[in-house]
Design a binder for this molecule. Structure first.
Ligand code: B1M
Length: 637
């Protein structure tokens, strides 16, 4: 009889298993529901592996089990991307020359790393609220890099580090999984040093500014780390592992195409070159929006794309993923997590998605069915069970899909064509230099030009509207078209922030700060802040006074700050389906506190849509940062 392990391994190797393996990731769901006492009655008291096996599913053994590690300090150095997991065959080892002082204060762990070239400080948080929501990794509250000099200190720390083999714990882990799944090892979950720097050392938004302003220093640090990555590959090559995770959270915006091509692809290729001949396969956790990265990922040499999250949660359909990737890459995932939430996906839509999935994946080779990214805590467990039944009923291989043809790589590389750029607005020649400075993200040049125009008697409002905002509009269009990337947009917005400060005293009272104050924050339980930061930066850029409350903001805190700041607009961001309900609660609390009428509430974030906004009584919804600017302008009049 074919085992789960054999079936997944065959899919990963591009062979034809007897049927589609089904390995749903249920760690987050299990953590939350077992802590809250809400596991389905028939599974009370069971571990996640026991539940999966009782249901007949393969174990999802891609991500390390962060909560159950023999080493109590397994996650202590998370802010440096240094983890001591039993699932990792290669692990970092600090040098004696680095002094490490750990200060634990309740949920917070602060660490100072001191060297003879200076020191850096980090802090991480792991709270009861995070535990209850199922999260198993601490949040990096204070990142290692606060100034470019910190990059040099980190380079020194990593130059002095070593990487050592840890085969024995991995062998035990492998044995414990046995035939029930395919254990994947990791070193870090970055696709090389630059990705490591992005994932761990810098605040997510700050990274984009550093990438643009301090690339030389970033590459210096990356060079210092490269020998460790090389050694990890050598150690993995001689290890008992069969698959290694090499890279995670790929997303066209975050891991934007030019950076991905220059700094990620060479490392994925190298991993493939070193490990391929040893029969070890490369897996990347591609849970983001991948449309702009599809060809790069396909040609990178990765064998498995795990946590593939298709439409309707992202832009790429599962059929398109399979068509473009299955010739070279095994797709692991395929069912977006929203499909498990009846409040977002009614039964009939769930059933038709699953039907389309089985019809759209050709002969079914190179496919491991799973949930992307992971099963949410409030998932309808019976839908997970139903997918398992469908995998049994419909998943016998080869599938009898009719006219399916994988796209040959060369043809796939040629498609899809870029959308044509929108026609530029007629430009006012007086502001050519202003627009250029905005497009270049050149704060000094922009401020100098603004100064010159003011001295020449140009109305401040014209400089903003006809110069700066016009440039930003065209930059936004180029961003949407995929011809410029997030660092350029953030740099332009940053330059505009500075110029608006210069212009403000010269604006007529009515035009000042575009007439408004905006309070913005990511709702309680949600730690995603990149999109929210983009919205805040763009609003500031066009002159709004933005008060950013940060992440994980409780309903009461929103209400208190609305009272205190009296903003015209409250902008709420949520990236998790589980935290969207906080938006409804916030609006209800504003009403109860008697302050709802004085503030317009707008909502946004990947899982939010217009219908939801209407349903919860919000005043508006914006799909992206550019739309948010238009929306706020419209609301503030
Ligand atoms: Co998370 N994550 N994540 N994650 N993560 C998502 C959101 C997810 C969709 C991945 C997936 O399933 N494919 C999924 C949520 C699924 C769901 O809820 N149904 C998910 C999950 C499950 C999780 C964890 C639970 C994972 C785990 O622990 N196993 C965990 C939760 C932590 C927590 O919040 N409690 C988690 C953690 C993380 C990281 C820490 C690793 C990292 C966040 C880093 C950070 O923000 N500092 C992360 C990332 C990077 C992502 C993805 C890959 C990318 C998000 C992003 O920043 N995109 C994401 C995948 C995806 O979204 N498809 C995913 C770029 C950003 C510019 O876009 O944020 O959409 P976005 O913002 C846009 C618009 O949405 C809009 O404008 C922005 C700019 O155009 N917008 C607004 C946003 N806010 C707005 C507010 C407005 C208006 C517009 O005002 C009204």
């Amino acid at each position: 009889m074919t085992t789960h392990r054999q079936r997944i391994l065959a899919a990963v190797r591009g062979e034809m298993p007897d049927r589609i393996p089904y390995a749903p990731r249920i760690d987050l769901w299990h953590n939350a529901n077992s802590l809250n006492g809400t596991l389905p009655a028939r599974h009370r008291g069971r571990s996640r592996d026991e539940i999966a096996l009782a249901e007949g599913w393969a174990l999802h053994k891609v991500v390390a089990d962060h909560l159950r590690q023999p080493n109590p300090d397994a996650m202590l150095h998370r802010a440096l991307g240094v983890h001591f997991m039993r699932e990792y065959v290669a692990q970092f080892a600090f040098s004696d020359r680095v002094r490490i002082d750990v200060d634990r204060q309740g949920d917070r762990t602060c660490i100072r790393y001191s060297t003879d070239r200076g020191s850096i400080r980090t802090s991480t948080v792991y709270s009861e609220q995070m535990r209850r929501s199922g999260t198993s990794v601490p949040w990096i509250e204070e990142h290692a890099v606060k100034s470019p000099d910190d990059l040099k200190v980190l380079a020194h720390i990593f130059e002095n580090m070593d990487v050592v083999a840890c085969y024995e714990p991995f062998r035990e882990y492998q044995a414990s999984v046995g035939d029930d799944g395919l254990p994947v090892t990791s070193f870090t979950v970055a696709a090389g040093p630059v990705h490591h720097i992005q994932k761990y050392f810098l605040d997510a938004t700050a990274f984009f500014h550093y990438y643009r302003d301090h690339l030389r220093e970033i590459l210096f640090l990356a060079d210092a780390m490269a020998p460790l990555y090389d050694k990890a590959l050598q150690i993995t090559a001689a290890s008992p592992a069969e698959v290694i995770q090499w890279g995670s959270n790929f997303d066209e915006m975050l891991t934007f195409a030019p950076m991905f091509a220059e700094h990620f692809v060479p490392w994925i290729r190298k991993a493939r070159e070193v490990l391929g001949p040893r029969g070890i396969r490369i897996l990347c956790h591609t849970d983001g929006e991948n449309q702009g990265l599809m060809d790069l990922i396909r040609d990178s040499g990765t064998d498995v794309a795990e946590a593939v999250c298709p439409a309707p949660m992202t832009k790429v359909t599962i059929q398109e993923y399979y068509r473009r990737w299955s010739e070279r890459i095994t797709i692991y995932g395929g069912v977006p997590s929203n499909l498990l939430l009846p409040q977002l996906t009614p039964d009939d839509q769930f059933e038709s998605f699953m039907e389309a999935l089985f019809a759209g994946i050709g002969d079914g080779r190179r496919f491991v069915l799973g949930i992307a990214d992971t099963t949410p805590p409030d998932a309808d467990f019976e839908r997970l069970v139903r997918i398992g039944h469908l995998a049994l009923e419909k998943g016998r291989l080869p599938l009898a899909a009719g006219a399916f043809n994988p796209v040959p790589s060369a043809a796939a590389a040629a498609a899809p064509p870029r959308r044509a750029a929108a026609a530029p607005r007629p430009a006012d020649a007086r502001f050519a230099a202003t627009r250029k400075a905005v497009l270049d993200g050149d704060e000094a040049a922009l401020c100098a030009e603004v100064h010159r125009l003011l001295q020449a008697g140009t109305p401040a409002k014209d400089i903003i509207d006809l110069g700066m905002v016009a440039a930003m509009d065209s930059l936004n269009q180029a961003f949407k078209d995929g011809t410029v990337f997030i660092p350029e947009v953030l740099a332009a917005a940053r330059a505009m922030n500075a110029a608006v400060l210069l212009l403000e005293p010269h604006l007529a009272e009515t035009d000042r700060r575009a007439g408004g104050k905006v309070l913005i924050g990511t709702v309680k339980g949600d730690l995603h802040d990149i999109g929210k930061n983009m919205v805040a930066t763009m609003l500031r850029g066009v002159g709004f006074n933005v008060v950013d409350l940060g992440i994980n903001v409780a309903v009461d805190a929103f209400v208190a700050r609305v009272r205190e700041e009296q903003p015209q607009v409250l902008a709420l961001s949520a990236l998790l389906t589980t935290t969207m309900s906080e938006m409804r609660k916030t609006i209800a609390a504003l009403t109860q506190a008697g302050v709802r009428d004085g503030v317009k509430v707008i909502v946004g974030g990947a899982p939010v849509n217009r219908n939801f906004a209407v349903d919860i009584g919000a005043d508006g919804y914006a799909r992206d940062a550019a739309e948010a600017v238009e929306l706020v302008r419209g609301l503030v009049g």
